[in-house]
Design a protein around this ligand. Sequence first.
Ligand code: SIN
Length: 305
Amino acid sequence: MAELLTEICGTKLRNPTILAAGILGVTSATLERAANSGAGAVTTKSIGPIRREGHPNPVVVETPCGLLNAVGLSCPSPEESIEELKKTIKELDIPVIASFYAHSELEFGNLAERISGVKPHLLEANISCPNVENDFGMAIGTDAEASSRITAEIKSMTDIPLIVKLTPNVTDIREIARAVEDAGADAIAVINTYGPGMAINAETGRPVLSNMFGGLSGPAIKPIALRCVYELYDEVGIPLIGIGGIQTGKDMAEMLMAGASACGIGTAIMNRGVEVFSEICRELEEFMDEHGYSRVRDIVGLAHR
Ligand code: SIN
């Protein structure tokens, strides 16, 4: 039977599936559900510097090949979020990744320091949300200089390994990846949602999402995620977490072959339920057994031969 162990920045994962940020990630109870369903690691919903309401409903709409969401980075107060994170770390026996966002260098650094106080295994800086005002989210992640400054500031405030989550909505993702690697990022997560896009209800003649536009996830963006991981595997020397459209063990094998060391799962939970983690692992194991691969590292980056 193939061995699914993998590693991100010295943190060992029992398998390469990671609950992606934003889904089931607000409370320790929901994060525990993902852990009990076989996830190799879990990521919290992004913790923000102040309580934030986000956009009014509807914030999610299903499209033929994926989901559009415009939640708007809603979050409880940082005190509440960090308390919940502390509980999660205590209760789970798998790595916990704390996702967070802020508006400025200083705010990112301060929040990273506060979150680090409860010792998550890894931090994930969200500089890539497409659904917020123009002074944060994707506005940072599309600017190499801002991405670099924020990464450097976070690194100066914490010893916990830092993943930076990038947006695909740039002309050249390699430029942004190089900037955050040079500034000290320990790993890169690619990709956040694509777009934004929109859905219109033909019956009402109105946009479906209250925010009108939302980020696209799911099978529609898998080819884009694969391309980004493939390009970055050649470009940077730090581990990659591949996110975007992974629904099956075979999808995951492809993402590992592109160069990811682990993969985020999000929209697939909507389609296959929370059991998707153990199901993807079983499918990946079967695929590896059938093809004579014994370890995850045997297929990481294989498509680059
Ligand atoms: C949202 O809250 O709108 C989605 C989060 C993200 O895209 O990072």
